[in-house]
Design a protein. Structure first.
Length: 510
């Protein structure tokens, strides 16, 4: 009998591959932390940093728990239903590799063999903003409860402008849980800073900030120029959520705005609205309930982004549009988490024809089985704006449809947007070990992590090729002195494996 067990063990070992595989060391998993975690987990953020071996080994039990429960990386939209830009996801392979590394004692190995850590600039958008608004020094008032404060900031715009992009930069990121932005076109709102500003005033919500969130950028190139109109004299209202226990700590958050130049023509307006609302929620203690909302889509629309909203009793939701048997999926969240809500930008504009019905359904679990139930024991919960009430409040950013919209690849346009400086870096972080000097005026040295056949190019952020080179060594030196000053994209591809890498490089001639 003993023998049989042994054979079985060996057999399952081979199938799972784990027990026979060479054990992972930090150098084998560092790239997973860098590509899947450190956008949020770096220094001075709300999440603890995972930028080196020492930092990743600290919360080992937590690591495993968060990974196996799919809590981290936090991404609640169901990727089998619809896909969005900037998804915080991890592949099964990467997750298994991490779990394997953790289960085998988080071996350090030679940590100097790990790929270089990515760098996170203070600002994600390039160029100089047209307007920077700040909350001013604010001392958090969140002692035993979370605090919500609304800062009403005058833009002092003397003429209407069209918003092309904005970025919210917390002054003290570890204590800023999230920020929601509304435009107050009339400019009449005032700040509400007593910690209970649950209803953010203003007329149009345009998005916000959450840890790891990218800046909001509207496509600004020939075949799709879009933006949100901001009226002269308008204010921006920032609702900032400071978590309990942060009282006394100081924050000064800024919003950095980029406008289209005055007089730019052909910019299509982006509208924000909340067509799906239900204010008759009534969820008795110890029950579960489903509530819905619907609205007729009056004309052809192109949906840019979606922002479904509920509080802590809600556990799942779905939005779609339909007519007869045709259904257009919008968003499905199977494990709604108040803490991880956000604006989700579609990869392509989603056409919803006139006459279709927009539909929302939210499921509420007001029992002790809901670990996020704010009341213990549960109490009757009704619709309301306080976080202990409930909401069904699903909003969208959208454009008036134009033929061909559904074919526009918004993700591709934004990938080449000069404000975002082109490309995602570190597509294969372990392909290149070093590029320097950067900025450079003359020579650019590229060190690969191994010898292979490489194809190298330097192009403008609009994609115009400036220089190509080849090497079959692990090193190459490019002469860039004839390329004019500017921001460029260095791309390298391992011709044998197909792996590629891209990095921003700056050329400056004084
Ligand atoms: C979108 C941002 C984001 C991404 C991406 C992300 N995290 Fe997190 N993570 C957070 C935040 C924020 C917290 C703090 C949670 C809180 O305070 O509620 C956190 C907390 C954690 C914790 C708990 C830490 C502690 O001290 O208890 C672990 C462990 C963790 N994350 C692991 C990971 C791993 C592993 C990845 C990548 C595979 C990852 N996270 C990706 C935002 C992120």
């Amino acid at each position: 009998m003993k023998k049989l067990y042994f054979i079985l063990f060996l057999f399952t070992g081979i199938i799972s591959g784990n027990s026979l595989k060479a054990q992972f060391e930090y150098k084998d998993v560092a790239h997973i932390f860098y590509s899947r975690c450190t956008s949020c987990h770096h220094e001075n953020q709300h999440a603890p940093p995972f930028m080196n071996y020492y930092q990743t080994t600290l919360p080992s039990y937590a690591l495993l728990g968060n990974l196996t429960s799919n809590t981290m990386p936090p991404w609640t939209p169901d990727t089998t239903y619809t896909r969005f830009q900037h998804e915080h996801i991890i592949t099964d392979q990467e997750k298994n590799d991490l779990i394997n590394w953790i289960n085998h004692g988080e071996l350090a190995g030679d940590t100097t063999l790990a790929p270089p850590a990515p760098t996170y600039p203070q600002y994600q958008l390039y160029g100089t903003p047209d307007l920077i608004l700040r909350t001013g020094t604010f001392v958090s008032n969140a002692s035993t409860d979370d605090a919500y404060n609304c800062f009403s900031l005058a833009t002092n715009l003397t003429q209407d402008r069209i918003l092309r992009a904005y970025e919210i930069v917390p002054g003290n990121a570890p204590i800023v849980h999230h920020v929601v932005v509304n435009i107050d076109s009339m400019g009449t709102t005032t700040s509400s800073l007593n910690g209970s500003c649950y209803t953010i005033t203003g007329d149009v919500g345009i998005g916000g900030y959450a840890p790891g969130a990218p800046p909001t950028v509207f496509p600004g190139q020939a075949h799709l120029k879009a933006g949100i109109r901001m009226k002269a004299g308008c204010k921006l209202v920032l609702q900032i959520h400071y978590p309990a226990g942060t009282a006394g700590q100081i924050d000064s958050t800024q919003i950095r705005l980029y406008f289209y130049p005055v007089g730019t023509t052909g910019v299509r307006p982006v509208y924000a609205s909340v067509p799906l609302q239900n204010w008759s929620l009534n969820i008795p203690a110890n029950t579960t309930r489903t509530f819905t909302a619907n609205a007729t889509n009056l004309f052809n629309t192109s949906v840019f982004a979606t922002f479904p909203h509920s509080h802590k009793i809600c556990t799942s939701l779905i939005n779609y549009a339909y007519q007869n048997t045709d259904t257009i999926p919008l968003i499905k969240i199977n494990n709604w988490r108040f803490d991880w809500q956000g604006y989700y930008t579609f990869r392509n504009l989603v056409k919803i024809p006139a006459g279709y019905t927009l539909y929302s359904s939210h499921f509420y679990d007001n029992t002790v089985g809901n670990p996020y139930n704010p009341n213990s024991p549960p109490i009757n919960v009704f619709a309301g704006t306080s976080t202990t009430d409930e909401m069904l409040f699903d909003s969208f950013l959208w454009l008036v449809y134009q033929p061909g919209d559904e074919l526009i690849d918004v993700a591709a346009i934004l990938a080449n947007d000069p404000l975002l400086a082109g490309v995602n870096e570190n597509t294969t972080p372990n392909l290149i070990s070093n590029v320097y000097p950067n900025p450079t005026s003359d020579k650019l040295n590229i060190y690969f992590s191994k010898k292979s056949d490489y194809k190298i190019s330097i192009s403008t952020i609009e994609g115009k090729n400036m220089l190509t080179a080849k090497t079959n060594e692990d090193y190459s030196q490019l002469d860039v002195k004839n390329i004019s000053s500017g921001l460029y994209i260095l791309q390298a591809q391992d011709i044998k494996s197909g792996e590629s890498f891209s990095k921003k490089v700056i050329i400056t001639h004084k």
